[in-house]
Design a protein around this ligand. Structure first.
Ligand code: NIG
Ligand code: FE
Length: 401
C-alpha cells in the first residue's frame, strides 16, 4: 500500500535497527509539522515542512502526534475458559502460585482450533484498536504435543487473518501436565516436542517458566539448549515469583529476552547486561499479583535494554492494554516517557527479533504507525486507561480509524 500521512503535529520515534540501552533508550527523534510517505507498505520518506507531491491516498493527521505502531512482546492471548474465581480469590488476599494454569490447560485442551481462533480474535482486535501492530503469542496451555500444535496453528491463522504481525512462541514448558511424570515430560519436551514444533515451522521462539514451583534452572537449561539446537530463538520467564537464578541462566545462554524479572538479583542484572539480553518487563502482572514492581531503573542503569509488554493471560494478568502498561511504567517503574516509548516500540521489536523491520519510523522499515488523539507522545501514558489511538496504520493501510 502507498499512503501519504501529513499534518503530523509531532512525530516521535526511536531510531535504528538495534535495541537501545542506557541513555540511548531516552533518545527519540522528534519532528514537528511532519509528513510520512509510504510506498509498498514501507516508509519511503519522513520529513518536516512541505510534503512531496503525491497522487495516491492521503491521511490528514490534523496536528496530532504520531508514533510507530506499538509492539506487545509478551502475551498468552490464545486460551479457552475464564478464571474469574481465581481473580476474586486473589482480591480477597489469596496468593498466586501458578496452580491455576492447569484450569486453563483443561479448557484449552477441550477447545478445537477454530474455537481458539474465534476466542482470540476479539482480544487481538482490542489490542489493535489501542495501537498494537505487532506482538507475540505464546503456546503453553496444551502441555501435550497435539494441543500445543493446535495452539500454534491457531496463532498462525490469526496472524494470517488479522492486520497484526504475530510472533509465535512455543511454551510447552509453562507448567507440568497432570497426566505424566515431571521427568518424563522434560524428556518429551527435549526429544519430541521441540523437534516437532521446529520441523513444522510453527514457532520462532521457545520459552520456559523458570521459577519457584516450575522448571528448575537445570531443567530450563536442558530445554533451551534443545530449542537452540532445533533452530528456535530463546526466551525465559525469569524470576517472576521468586529469585531462582533464571536471569543468570538467561545471561549464560545469551537468550534474546528475559521476561518478568520481578525478583531478579543484582548478579542477574549484570548477567543480562553482559549478554545483551532484552529485559521484557510486565508491570501489569505485579499490579494484579500484588508483587514488587521490576527494577527498571537498575536494569537501565546497568545497560540492559528494557522492553514493556502486557503478559495478557487469563490468570496472572487479564490486562491487554499496552497504553495502560505505559502509564504503570511511568508511575511505578519510574521510567521516563521517552524510555517507555522506546520500550514498547524498538526494544519490544528487538525482543521478538524484528528490530530491523519494525519498531521505528525511518526509511525502509514497515509502515506501522499510530495517530494519537494527543499533541505529544508524553500524553499517551498521562491519560490513564483512555484509548487515545485515533488511527492505526498497518503496512501503509489504515486499519483502525
Ligand atoms: O506470565 N508465569 C507464567 N505464565 C503466566 C501466567 C499464566 C497463567 O496464570 O495462566 C505469566 O504470568
Ligand atoms: Fe507470561
Amino acid at each position: 500500500m502507498d499512503l501519504l500521512v501529513y499534518g503530523i503535529g509531532q512525530l516521535a520515534t526511536p531510531t535504528g535497527g538495534e535495541p537501545q540501552r542506557g541513555a540511548g533508550q531516552r533518545e527519540l527523534t522528534l519532528l514537528h509539522g511532519a509528513y510520512l510517505l509510504i510506498r509498498d507498505g514501507r516508509v519511503a520518506a519522513v520529513g518536516e515542512g512541505r510534503w512531496p507531491r503525491f497522487a495516491g491516498p492521503t491521511l490528514d493527521a490534523g496536528g496530532r502526534a504520531v508514533t510507530p505502531g506499538l509492539v506487545d512482546p509478551h502475551t498468552h492471548a490464545v486460551f479457552a475458559g475464564s478464571r474469574v474465581e481465581e481473580f476474586l480469590a486473589r482480591a480477597r488476599g489469596e496468593k498466586y502460585t501458578g496452580g491455576g494454569i492447569l484450569t486453563t490447560v483443561q479448557a484449552t485442551r477441550e477447545a478445537r482450533e477454530e474455537e481458539l481462533v474465534d476466542l482470540a480474535r476479539p482480544r487481538l482486535l482490542r489490542m489493535l484498536a489501542q495501537g498494537v501492530t505487532a506482538g507475540e503469542v505464546k503456546s503453553g496451555y496444551g502441555l501435550a504435543l497435539v494441543h500445543e500444535l493446535k495452539m500454534l496453528r491457531a496463532i498462525r491463522r490469526l496472524g494470517d487473518e488479522l492486520p497484526l504481525t504475530l510472533v509465535p512462541t512455543f511454551m510447552g514448558a509453562h507448567a507440568f501436565p497432570p497426566d505424566i511424570s515431571r521427568e518424563a515430560y522434560v524428556r518429551l519436551l527435549v526429544a519430541d516436542m521441540i523437534p516437532a514444533v521446529a520441523r513444522d515451522g510453527l514457532a520462532r521462539f521457545c520459552d520456559v517458566f523458570c521459577d519457584r514451583g516450575f522448571y528448575t534452572v537445570d531443567e530450563a537449561r536442558a530445554i533451551l539448549r534443545a530449542a537452540r539446537d532445533a533452530g528456535l530463538g530463546l526466551k525465559v520467564h525469569a524470576d517472576e515469583l521468586a529469585h531462582v537464578g533464571a536471569a543468570e541462566l538467561a545471561g549464560e545462554l545469551g537468550v534474546t529476552s528475559a521476561e518478568h524479572l520481578l525478583h531478579v538479583s543484582q548478579e542477574g542484572i549484570q548477567a543480562l547486561s553482559r549478554s545483551g539480553t532484552v529485559a521484557v518487563l510486565l508491570p501489569g502482572t505485579a499490579l494484579v499479583l500484588d508483587e514488587p514492581y521490576p527494577p527498571a531503573r537498575d536494569l537501565i542503569a546497568a545497560g540492559v535494554p528494557v522492553a514493556l509488554g502486557t503478559d495478557f493471560n487469563p490468570g496472572s494478568c487479564p490486562l491487554s492494554s499496552l497504553p495502560f502498561v505505559m502509564s504503570l511504567a511511568v508511575l511505578r517503574l519510574r521510567m521516563s516517557p521517552e524510555e517507555v516509548l522506546t520500550a514498547v516500540t524498538l526494544n519490544a521489536a528487538a525482543a521478538l527479533g524484528l528490530a530491523d523491520s519494525v519498531g521505528s519510523l525511518e526509511p525502509g522499515k514497515r509502515a506501522d504507525l499510530v495517530v494519537w488523539e494527543a499533541e505529544s507522545y508524553e500524553e499517551i501514558p498521562y491519560w490513564i486507561g483512555q484509548n487515545l489511538a485515533w488511527a492505526v496504520v498497518k503496512e501503509g493501510r489504515v486499519v483502525v480509524s
